[in-house]
Design a protein around this ligand. Structure first.
Ligand SMILES: NC(=O)c1ccc[n+]([C@@H]2O[C@H](COP(=O)([O-])OP(=O)(O)OC[C@H]3O[C@@H](n4cnc5c(N)ncnc54)[C@H](O)[C@@H]3O)[C@@H](O)[C@H]2O)c1
Length: 356
């Protein structure tokens, strides 16, 4: 099998910590370009991952190269749209990080463009490749949970606002805060494990309370600290989010906090079924409780490198032309959900049916 030639656009943290280490262990991939607006970032990647052939600062160079078949878009959220659309128009397949982009309308445009051109467009909802999620999804399909009537999730952390004042907290660049950054994974997993669900009504409240005065915000550690800008940057996104969703299957409720004045981290999803229930500890394992025997079971499994699994599967899709689980078509519904939740919060009211 001939290797697929790719370009990687955006050489920040997710590139360095997740995708490049995955590429290093993958077969059938040739990294012709590492691209970043900041040349030192792309160069640092090439130093540490010497299989990268060239570094560039303008991604159009890679898009004009007929050898490049696919690109990885690993930039901040707003640029997902611009770079992906340019790549599709240049005839390249795309693997784009989560969230799809800053809102549903643009996400839908991306899906339409890819489908019109017959190109693959996958989204980095990597947790779908976690073994615990695969098994739980299978158990639900096999009816082991019975009727799942409610799902509750919590993604709350003590002090985790990422890169305060940088791209993560600037709505124009990110599309939102904790809901679009962390909630995207949780709500996506819920819909995935349920096997999809029709959204009927929803209501949501969003707060931005903990870093109203960015310079006074206290934290013990900060993800993406190298991009923080508390002097001149913007923080206009949610740091706490809460909501309730009714679907034709389960109802769903959630609380999420990038930061809160409770010194406790919680990252889990509870699936409540009439035959059994499961707590999925995010990124770890799940525990199933059988309603008849009242016994608990925590399945043993290897935790795979999710990024390697999703990137390998993306390349297989490019080769086979068969859409896999992370294809944008199967992720759009959670983008629609996020968008509607933000609208509900902005309008301070419940949305129903066609309004979603
Ligand atoms: N799958 C996950 O669990 C996961 C985890 C972390 C981040 N992410 C996503 O990955 C994306 C990047 O996050 P990050 O933490 O790596 O951010 P980052 O700021 O560390 O890296 C982004 C890089 O993109 C570069 N860039 C921006 N616009 C560009 C352009 N037009 N051309 C070339 N380079 C450009 C920036 O200079 C920067 O180096 C975000 O969308 C984020 O939501 C996903």
């Amino acid at each position: 099998m001939q290797a697929i030639t790719v370009a990687v656009i955006g050489c920040g943290r997710i590139a360095r910590n997740a995708h490049f280490p995955a590429f290093a262990k993958m077969e059938g991939i040739r990294i012709k370009y590492a691209c970043d607006l900041l040349p030192e970032k792309a160069e640092a990647i090439r130093q540490d991952f010497p299989f990268v052939e060239q570094t560039i600062t303008d991604y159009h160079v890679a898009l004009q190269d007929p050898e490049v078949q696919a690109v990885f878009v690993l930039t901040p959220n707003a640029a997902h749209y611009t770079v992906t659309m340019d790549a599709l128009r240049a005839g390249k397949h795309v693997m784009c990080e989560k969230p799809i982009t800053v809102n549903y309308a643009l996400s839908k445009e991306m899906a339409d463009e890819a489908n019109r051109r017959g190109l693959m467009l996958n989204i980095g909802v990597c947790n779908r490749y976690h073994r615990s999620v695969e098994l739980l999804e299978q158990m639900n399909r096999e009816g082991k949970l019975g009727r799942v009537y409610h799902v509750y999730c919590s993604f709350r952390s003590f002090r985790s606002i990422p890169g305060l004042g940088g791209a993560f907290t600037d709505k124009a660049q990110s599309g939102g805060g904790v809901l679009i950054d962390w909630g995207v994974h949780f709500l996506d997993l819920i819909l995935y494990v349920l096997g999809g669900a029709r959204l009927e009504t929803l209501t949501c409240d969003a707060y931005s309370e903990m870093a109203k005065d960015m310079k006074a915000y206290k934290y013990t550690s900060m993800w993406a600290e190298d991009t923080k800008d508390v002097e001149h940057g913007v923080n206009d996104v949610d740091d706490f989010i809460t909501g309730h969703i009714r679907t034709n299957k389960a109802s769903i409720s959630f609380n999420g906090a990038w930061a809160q004045n409770v010194k406790q981290n919680e990252m889990f999803i509870d699936f409540l079924g009439d035959k059994g229930g499961a707590r999925l500890d995010y990124g770890k394992k799940f525990t199933f409780t059988d309603g008849e025997t009242l016994t608990e079971e925590t399945p043993e499994y290897d935790i795979p490198n999710m990024y390697r699994a999703e990137d390998t599967d993306f390349l297989s899709s490019v080769q086979s032309g068969v859409k896999n689980r992370n294809h944008i078509d199967f992720v759009l519904e959670s983008a629609r959900l996020l968008d509607a939740l933000y609208r509900s919060a902005a309008q301070r009211r419940e949305l129903r049916g066609d309004e979603i």
